[in-house]
Design a protein around this ligand. Structure first.
Ligand SMILES: Cc1cc2nc3c(=O)[nH]c(=O)nc-3n(C[C@H](O)[C@H](O)[C@H](O)COP(=O)(O)O)c2cc1C
Length: 330
């Protein structure tokens, strides 16, 4: 069975990439992921705040409207003034490249176009095979226009692209007014891959302490829907690779993602829940399913259930939406 696929120009032995998380934060854990069949890993993120010596380089976007700079800085867990994290991240990459044969993708997490962008060059020199850019920004300022927010993403990507020649992907979120056009803008700015989608940290309120909290909820297959929708819509529309992320837990989820148009998938929650050997189980189930249905390769099924052949995807989506609501019986 041919499980190989190509993502951002990287040849992968199968579609399962392990996404940025604590799973990819240590050498031992990454070794285990490789031994269990992962085809690539995205390292835990290095944050803009951990890269800049001078926190004042943080973009004005972050501090716009905050009356006290010192107070705003205080929100950060530990704003690094030493660059220790960013130096050890590079050492970690060099060690991995010497001992691991699967591709290593660095995760660069920032929101501005400040000096941290130069760090992309250091990542390339350290030997990473690609960079995944995660721009997580919650636009709280009611006076900032959506176009300015979009420009923030595009500008950060362009700045990183200008610094490196390795592939650069963008981990998108699904909350743009026009995700398809945003995807196009990112590809026009040089994105070699789009990860659909990042999973936001969830907000809750602790009723004991009467404060708001942010929590990480693990995903399940039920969370796959938006990823399938946008993979199906974007398949073959853009000259870029697509990677399905959020809710990919089983071999069935992988099949659905690939048939929707993804080139590869990222998995985190399912491995955190079931251990590294989950990758092996999923790969075995994937092969068994493909054999039973007489598929011979991943390539063969890519985009087979996308909206590529639909002449008017918007009308198609709307018609299905109406049908499902009007046909519902209780
Ligand atoms: C504990 C934890 C830590 C994470 N850390 C990062 C991170 O450092 N950078 C990042 O881009 N995504 C991070 N993520 C998000 C994951 O990479 C992934 O996008 C998300 O969990 C959705 O995939 P899943 O449904 O397979 O879990 C983290 C997720 C979890 C659960």
């Amino acid at each position: 069975m041919d499980l190989t696929t190509t993502y951002m120009g990287l040849k992968l032995k199968n579609p399962i990439i392990v996404g940025a998380s604590p799973l990819t934060a240590s050498f031992e854990s990454i070794k285990k992921l490789e031994a269990n069949g992962a085809s690539a890993v995205v390292l835990h993120s290095i944050f803009e705040e951990q890269i800049n010596h001078e926190t004042k380089e943080l973009d004005h976007f972050l501090f716009k409207g905050s009356e006290s700079y010192a107070e705003a800085i205080g929100y950060f867990p530990e704003v690094s003034l030493s660059n220790i994290e960013s130096e050890s991240y590079l050492e970690e990459i060099k060690n991995l490249k010497a001992n691991i044969s699967i591709p290593i993708i660095a995760s660069l997490n920032g929101v501005s176009t400040g000096g941290w962008i130069n760090y992309a060059k250091k990542l390339e020199s350290a030997g990473v095979d690609a960079i995944e850019l995660n721009i997580t920004y919650i636009p709280t300022d009611i006076d900032t226009d959506a176009r300015d927010i979009e420009a923030l993403y595009v500008d950060a990507l362009k700045a990183v692209k200008a610094n490196v020649s390795i592939p650069v992907g963008v981990k998108m979120n699904a909350y743009f007014s026009a995700p398809a056009q945003m995807a196009k803008k990112l590809v026009d700015a040089g994105a070699n891959g789009l990860v659909l989608f990042d999973r936001p940290v969830h907000v809750d309120i602790n009723l004991e302490n009467l404060n708001s909290i942010q929590i990480i909820n693990k995903s399940s297959s039920k969370d796959l829907s938006e990823t399938l929708r946008w993979s199906a819509i974007l398949y073959k529309k853009l000259n870029t690779s697509l990677c399905a992320s959020t809710g990919v837990s089983t071999h069935e989820d992988i099949l659905k993602a690939i048939m929707s148009g993804a080139d590869a998938v990222q998995m985190v929650s399912a491995i955190l829940q079931n251990g590294e050997s989950h990758i092996q189980t999923v790969l075995q189930n994937l092969v068994a399913w493909m054999e039973e249905k007489e598929y011979i390769s991943i390539e063969q099924m890519k985009g087979s259930i996308s909206l590529h052949h639909t002449s008017n995807p918007a009308a198609y989506q709307r018609a299905n939406y109406m049908r499902i609501l009007t046909d519902y019986r209780f």
